[in-house]
Design a protein around this ligand. Structure first.
Ligand code: PLP
Length: 397
């Protein structure tokens, strides 16, 4: 039987068929969960070869596992990169990339609105290891350039940014990074490769919290890094081997399953989010709404240019600030009050006291995370039901 040439396939087809197809031994359509910590060598010579990084085969699951490898192949494929490496969490992936590129005495330059855990890594842990993180407003690309010196080892940005939904110009920042011979790392968690492909815009390394849209069902913690083979090999040999944040075979399998429906889910997340953003815009108790798909968003044109669609996260502030916002969060009945995002279930939370409580009051004000800002991860429910729930919760203010 001849096979469809996947190089010609569109994104949705790749998501379903990319990871290798039918297992020739058993006919299984789903990649098996290779729940094994170790692998038998064919001979003493074979074992010795594998330890030298030669020959085909697996050694020990911390260094690699067939289910993990299938997920990595698929992610590299979908992001348009040479190779990928999975990790036990998004933070293991992000810290792994930084530790692979920076030594004591070095620095990195980053956008200033990032995931709260990334900000905490910058502020609390990296300084202990002699690494400085310089956070600047990267919506003005020149700010990145100004912060670079001869000890800078990488540029890091997150776009859309969590939770302000600022959009950063990947192409422009990549040009600046390359003019200084530095790699650009992009946290692509909010967009996923379906909505945005940073490597095609000039970035060198992509990181994900696969916990979110990649898994998509709120049942897994995982991370992944995509980049050139040489860098990924080094990351596996240095960071995964020595620090050990390996993904479990079961979690790699859950992510493979998630990827099959990624475009279908993202389309629905995006259309639901757009409807809710419009509903909130016209609600009398709402101060402001931020969604990159709204023409009122300050970076709407840039979002149009570098993204396929605008994502599933909406932020807003109600009249009466934090207190009134708490009323909304305490009164939703369908939407769940919880952190995380990208689940089938809609989730609502308060960044200033929850996900971004790692930012000081001054830092929150500087990056525009107001006391009243509410973040809504719009799920896959019927949009009318979500709007009804928000309507009744807003009426309690
Ligand atoms: C959740 C998240 C992370 C951290 O990922 P974990 O899987 O929770 O470790 C990093 N970046 C962004 C944008 C996130 O939303």
């Amino acid at each position: 039987m001849s096979k469809f040439d996947l190089r010609k396939a569109h994104f949705s087809t790749l998501c379903v068929h990319g990871s290798g197809g039918v297992d020739p031994q058993t006919g299984a359509l789903s990649v098996p969960i290779y729940q094994s910590s170790t692998f038998a060598f064919k001979s003493a010579k074979h074992g010795a070869q594998l330890f030298q990084g030669e020959g085909e085969g697996y050694v020990y699951t911390r260094l690699g596992n067939p289910t993990q490898a299938a997920f990595e192949r698929e992610m590299a494929f979908l992001e348009g990169g040479e190779a990928a490496l999975a990790f036990s969490s998004g933070m293991a992936a992000i810290s792994g990339v930084i530790l692979a590129l920076c030594q004591c005495g070095d620095n990195l330059v980053s956008s200033d609105t990032v995931y709260g855990g990334t900000h905490n890594l910058y502020k609390e842990s990296l300084p202990n290891w002699g690494i400085e993180a310089r956070e600047v407003d990267a919506t003005v690309p020149e700010n990145i350039e100004k912060a670079i010196d001869d000890k800078t080892r990488l540029i890091f940005i997150e776009t859309p940014a969590n939770p302000t939904l600022d959009i950063i110009d990947i192409q422009k920042i990549a040009e600046i990074a390359h003019a200084h011979n530095l790699p650009l790392v992009v946290d692509n968690t909010f967009a996923t490769p379906y909505l945005q492909q940073p490597l095609k815009l000039g970035a060198d390394i992509v990181v994900h919290s696969a916990t979110k849209y990649i898994g998509g069902h709120g049942d897994t913690i995982a991370g992944v890094v995509i980049g050139e083979s040489e860098f990924i090999d080094e990351l596996r040999a240095k960071i995964l081997r020595d620090i050990g944040g390996v993904i479990s075979p079961l979690n790699a399998w859950l992510l493979l399953r998630g990827l099959k429906t990624l475009p279908v889910r993202m389309d629905r997340h995006c259309s639901n989010a757009m409807e809710i953003a419009k509903f909130l815009t016209f609600h009398p108790k709402v101060n402001w709404v931020r969604y990159p798909g709204l023409t009122t968003h300050p970076h709407h044109e840039l979002a149009r240019k570098q993204m396929r669609n605008f994502g599933g996260i909406v932020t807003f502030e109600v009249k009466g600030g934090r207190k009134a916002g708490e009323k909304v969060m305490d009164n939703v009945t369908l939407i769940t009050l919880a952190v995380s995002l990208g689940d089938c279930d809609s989730l609502i939370e308060h960044p200033a006291s929850m996900t971004h409580s790692t930012y000081s009051t001054e830092e929150l004000a500087k990056v525009g995370i107001t006391e009243g800002l509410i973040r809504l991860s719009v799920g896959l429910e019927d949009p009318q039901d979500l709007i009804e729930d928000l309507k009744q919760a807003l009426s309690k203010i």
